[in-house]
Ligand binder design. Structure first.
Ligand SMILES: [Zn+2]
Ligand SMILES: [Zn+2]
Ligand SMILES: [Zn+2]
Length: 485
């Protein structure tokens, strides 16, 4: 394995028996080594043993740059033994529940990435703020009545009022009315009023095919936009590019929905230019609503008939204003949108008790400590994935995610910057801070990759901190603080 940063900045090995690396030993570290172990306060860092060597390409001479161990010869036996501490590499997990610290880094990057596409920065010109841009929410349809919090203005309305006695009962004889004005934290929210009326198969299949539905939506959107603008698809393609960033979020009922920032750019090979004036944000919002309503997908169930999937009737598509003055009114403010998207980029399912690991056996489902509703979704996904049902392996693979196996944040290639670019810029910034006069190779020359080859060899030594190190204590404290954020 090659941990991030391993092949990056180098410095000569200090004289003596060679450094023994520990995450706590910050003073005797060569600076590049500190970068490698800058785990922040990662909860589950990877421990690796290894070495870095520099090879002079002209002479073939090899010089050690770093190793994680020291060799000691035992005088009595003449045996050579290796002692030393492995270095810690951050886990890089994006999920808040898995690693609060690493997910914070990812969240920050997500916010910058979304923001750069809205108001510019990170290499994107500020003029991008003048392009038509819409914040859209694409939700699943109803799979059966669930407890919900309905709000009109500042008034919370009753969940499901039923005046008529015969409307109160479902075919299973259950009372499916609910006069409660639910508070936001009510655990009943999203739970079906009758489990037998609720279409679990369709709910799980929606999660399974949410990505396919989105892809169809992005195919239909230019067609609807062209029709509304009164031009041909060919003409639209010649002058326009549709760019987006989207996040998936679980609703309380355990079904994902998408929040997306969708922006119109002029068709250009490089750079970001506003599209022709006929494409307004209002036109884009209309086209989004039409395209979302047109999406259909007939999902196989194996034993039964196919289930027709689509997005819900309610499509929320609102123009985003990047001008702070305009944003004081009704439309959405760019900063708020960026924060919102970043929040969901790191949140996976917020359902307590849902497993972080995959379900490998039906017995794993029985052992789950989660709401009955979610357990039923996991079971439906598992059953639908059976060989004599759909035989779709993804349904079983992602049954612990209620059928959803997609990414939580995706974007079109040229929406703004990439996560990789943000990471590289961060590494470069740290390097400049540490080596204001430039890095040097083991022979004392300015580092030049055309002159020396830097080779890193790493082996896995375990996961997590060694118990009771100061770094481990710090990580525990920081994880608590990050959760409170
Ligand atoms: Zn981590
Ligand atoms: Zn209710
Ligand atoms: Zn029922």
């Amino acid at each position: 394995m090659t941990p991030r940063g391993a092949a990056a900045p180098i410095a000569p090995e200090p004289p003596g028996s060679g450094p023994v690396a520990t995450a706590d030993d910050a003073i005797s570290f060569p600076a590049w080594e500190r970068e490698l172990t800058s785990t922040g306060t990662c909860s589950h860092p990877i421990r690796v043993h290894g070495r870095i060597d520099a090879i002079d390409l002209a002479t073939g001479e090899t010089a050690p740059v770093f190793k994680t161990w020291t060799e000691i010869t035992i005088p009595q036996t003449g045996d050579t033994v290796r002692i030393g501490e492995p270095v810690h590499v951050p886990c890089g997990n994006r999920r808040e529940t898995a690693c609060p610290s690493c997910s914070q880094v990812y969240k920050r990057d997500a916010r910058q990435l979304v923001r750069a596409g809205l108001t510019g920065g990170k290499g994107v010109p500020e003029s991008v703020a003048t392009h038509p841009c819409v914040f859209a929410t694409l939700t699943a349809p109803s799979f059966g009545p669930v407890h919900s919090r309905r709000v009109r203005g500042k008034t919370v309305l009753p969940c499901r009022p039923r005046r008529d006695g015969k409307d109160r009962r479902c075919p299973h004889g259950r009372d499916i009315s609910c006069p409660t004005r639910h508070v936001e934290a009510d655990p009943r929210l999203g739970r079906p009023l009758c489990c037998d009326c609720y279409d679990y198969q369709a709910a799980v299949l929606f999660n399974r095919h949410a990505g396919d539905l989105w892809r169809r939506f992005t195919t239909y959107l230019p067609r609807h936009l062209a029709r509304l603008a009164g031009i041909t698809g060919k003409q639209l393609r010649a002058e326009l590019r549709i760019r987006f960033v989207k996040v998936a979020e679980y609703q309380a009922r355990g079904v994902v929905h998408y929040h997306a920032v969708i922006r119109l750019d002029a068709n250009a090979k490089t750079g970001y230019y506003p599209p022709p004036a006929r494409y307004s944000a209002a036109l884009l919002a209309d086209a989004i609503a039409l395209a979302a309503k047109a999406v259909r997908l007939d999902a196989p169930t194996g034993r039964g008939p196919r289930i027709r999937l689509g997005f819900g009737r309610q499509v929320d598509a609102r123009p985003i204003w990047r001008d702070p003055v305009a944003a004081s009114g009704q439309p959405l403010d760019a900063g708020a949108v960026a924060n919102y998207i970043a929040k969901y980029a790191t949140k996976s399912t917020s359902v307590p008790g849902l497993p972080a690991a995959r379900i490998r056996h039906p017995g794993d489902i029985a052992a789950l400590r989660c709401p009955a509703h979610h357990k039923r979704m996991v079971t439906s996904a598992w059953d639908l994935g059976a060989r004599d049902a759909t035989a779709d392996p993804r349904l079983r693979l992602w049954s612990h995610m209620l059928g959803y196996g997609g990414h939580f944040l995706t974007k079109s290639r040229r929406y703004s910057v990439t996560f990789g670019q943000l990471r590289r810029a961060r590494a470069e910034h740290r390097r400049l801070e540490r080596y204001p006069d430039g890095e040097r190779d083991p022979w004392g020359r300015p580092l030049d990759e055309r002159v020396v080859l830097v080779l890193a060899h790493w082996t896995y030594a375990g996961t997590g901190y060694r118990p009771r190190t100061p770094a481990a204590e710090l990580a525990l404290v920081s994880a608590d603080m990050a959760r409170g954020d």
